[in-house]
Design a protein around this ligand. Sequence first.
Ligand code: KIV
Length: 264
Amino acid sequence: MNVLDFYQKKEKQEKLSMVTCYDYTNAKILSQTSVDCLLVGDSVAMTMHGYKDTLAATLEMMTFHTAAVSRGAGDKFIVSDLPFLSYRKSLSKNVSAAQALIQAGAHAVKLENVSGNEIFIKHLTESGIPVMGHLGLTPQFINILGGHKVQGKNEESAAKIKEDARALQEAGCFAIVFECIPSLLAKEMTEQLYIPTIGIGAGPYTDGQVLVLQDLLGMTQDLKPKFVKHFSNGQEHMIQGIEAYVNAVQTGGFPKDEHCYRSE
Ligand code: KIV
C-alpha cells in the first residue's frame, strides 16, 4: 500500500481499512493481516498512557510510538498524528515536527482541522510528505467543542465541514478522516471529493473506516461509544489466559520439564 493506492481504491470503490497501532508487538500482528493502513493516533495518550484526552500527547510520545510501530509493521502504510499544538507554531517548527514523525518511520502525517494549516499542508506535500486531514469531531479541539460531541448536525456546522473538506483537498491532503458526523453528510462529501474519506462514527458511505485497535478487539470494555463494534472479546481472552497461567503456577502445572534448562 502506498499513497497512490488510496486514490485507486476510491476509484475502484474498494473500501479502505485503517486501525490504530501504537507498539511493536501489535504492529507485527497487524503486518500479517490485510488491513490497509496503520494509524499511530494521538489517542495513544488515552489508550496506552491512560490520559483523559489526546491533549496530553507530545511529539516525543508520538515519535517514540511511531518508531516502535515502524519496526514491526513490515510494508504497511503508516500514518502518524501530529499532536496537539505541534503544527500551530512557526512553519519551521511545524516542519520539524512532521520531519520527526517521518524519520521515525511514518509515511504520512495526520492533522486536525484546516483553518491556519493550509500553507503548512501545501509546504509538506511539496516537500514530499503526504498529509491526511481530520474533520468533524476533532479531539484536539474538545475545549472549544465542549467535549466529545457529534459534529455537523445542523446546517451551519455541516456547511463548515463541507467547506473545510474542500479546503483540505485543495491544500493537497491525500485523504480525510471524518469523525462523528451524520452518515448522510459523510456520504455527500465522499461523493463530492476526489480524495478518499475514512470514517469513524461517520456511517457506512465513506471510502473507508478506522477504529482504535483496542476498541475493535474488545479490550476496552469500560467506555463504548455508539460507533464502536467489538469484533472480538479481547479482554475476556486475556483474562482467561492470565488466570490459566496463575492457576498453573499455583498448582505446579508450570513450568514443566520442557520449560527447564539442564546443567551439562
Ligand atoms: O488518534 C486517533 O485514534 C484518531 C482516530 C480517531 C482517527 O485520530
